[in-house]
Design a protein around this ligand. Structure first.
Ligand SMILES: Cc1ncc(COP(=O)(O)O)c(C=O)c1O
Length: 409
């Protein structure tokens, strides 16, 4: 079926209604559900796109939005990046899968070992959730233990989730601890003792962690013979090419990369020390399309971009400019209780309560800027001065309108 052209007068609600009828919740990615985009009081804001280039997205209704979410941080070079698109197109034209492994699987693994501090060996999968589950499996196989302590979000799979439909037994060997709480981590590790297989850390949750917390994680793993795993899904190819471990000088045993690794193409990588990674051979981790070459070609193009220039330095600069633009808008609006949190390459808006945040996102969408509700906005190379000026104007308009609405209420 043909998609509407951007100039067609298609009504966006058609797509929302159609999606809701055939896709439970309206979208297969949680953050893209209509009620997650703008909040439960959804009013007809856009939900579907037909084209995306740079940081701009053309909706089914024909509006061109500046996108601050960058597909949940999976795109850092920009949508439809020329080098990535060319590499992927070429890979597809040459047959992206066959009965043998593609040479790109080896080449990209070698290149990851050159740029990620802990990487001596690599296994590829498709989603981040799969990658983290595989890292946990490798750590368990390597230590012969099962208990995992974790701080962060690790995807939708059963081994750590408490969502409806997950049998209680599935996550009984997982202990969640709060981010950056040294004492809670030490206590959980003491309680685990020689049953501890791994400490799994998402290294940035709205802010950088303290060096003490990271040191405690390393110390407990060394003392108990457990494996330290960093989940670099959001931080890899963003804070530094080699992720948070390169940025903060963390000595980790394993790490998991995804998202920006392949600039929007489905690829995750479990990387780590050979002495731990070798356990991947003694268990069973395999997926039919894990070594599919289109996503690997995208990753090689991303690695080329990082080799050609300091992509991450630019992401910090652009993210900083985005944040400052929103901070200027907050000041100009005079609305109190609005803050920008996070770090430059991945930052969040805090409006104090959810309803206000939802209304802000809705009003900003009216000004053709998509801010993320309740999660990160991600910088990309495509956030140029024009896009950032539009963000500032949209944020100022939305906040000023919010202020007016509040004074009328
Ligand atoms: C830290 C972290 N780990 C794991 C995941 C899961 O990745 P995916 O959604 O690709 O399965 C995410 C996704 O947002 C993430 O942010």
């Amino acid at each position: 079926m043909a998609l509407p052209s951007p100039s067609s007068p298609a009504v966006d609600t058609d797509w929302r209604t159609r999606a809701g009828a055939v896709i439970p919740g309206g979208a297969s990615t949680g953050s893209k559900r209509p009620d997650a985009l703008v909040g439960p009081d959804w009013d007809g804001s856009p939900t579907h796109f037909v084209r995306a280039t740079g940081c701009r997205v053309v909706t089914t209704g024909g509006a061109e939005l500046v996108d601050c979410t960058m597909a949940l941080g999976s795109v850092a070079l920009g949508y439809a990046h020329e080098g990535v698109t060319r590499a992927v197109t070429e890979a597809i034209a040459h047959g992206n899968v066959a009965g043998l492994s593609h040479v790109l699987e080896v080449e990209v693994a070698e290149r990851l070992c050159q740029v990620i501090p802990c990487a001596e060996q690599v296994r590829f999968l498709k989603s981040g959730a799969e990658g983290v589950a595989a890292a946990v499996r490798i750590a368990r196989a390597s230590t012969g233990r099962s208990l995992v302590i974790g701080a962060g979000y690790f995807g939708w799979l059963d081994w750590w989730s408490h969502a409806a439909g997950v049998p209680a037994g599935a996550h009984e060997d997982f202990r969640a601890v709060p981010f950056d709480d040294v004492e809670a981590l030490a206590q959980a590790a003491r309680a685990a003792g020689d049953r501890l297989a791994a400490i799994l850390i998402e290294p940035v949750i709205e802010r950088l962690p303290s060096p003490e917390w990271l040191a405690e994680a390393r110390r407990q793993c060394d003392a108990l013979g457990a494996v330290l795993i960093l989940d670099e899904m959001k931080t890899g190819f963003r804070l530094r090419t080699g992720g948070f471990q390169e940025y903060a000088g963390v000595d980790t045993d394993l790490a998991v990369f995804g998202k920006a690794l392949a600039n929007g193409f489905p690829l995750s990588a479990v990387v780590g020390r050979e002495r731990v990674m070798r356990a991947a051979r003694s268990t069973w981790i395999s997926s039919t399309l894990a070594g599919e070459s289109a996503a690997l070609a995208a990753a090689r193009a991303v690695l080329d971009a990082h080799a050609a220039s300091d992509v991450c330095a630019t992401l910090w600069e652009r993210g900083d400019a985005m944040r400052r633009a929103v901070e200027r808008a907050i000041e100009a609006s005079g609305v109190a209780g609005v803050h920008v949190r996070g770090i430059a390459p991945m930052w969040l808006l805090d409006l104090g309560d959810d309803r206000r945040l939802s209304r802000f996102v809705e009003l900003a969408l009216g000004e053709r800027v998509l801010f993320k509700r309740g999660a990160y906005n991600f910088a990309s190379l495509a956030h140029d001065a024009t896009a950032i000026a539009r963000m500032e104007a949209a944020a100022r308009h939305a906040l000023t309108a919010l202020g007016r609405e509040a004074s009328r209420a």
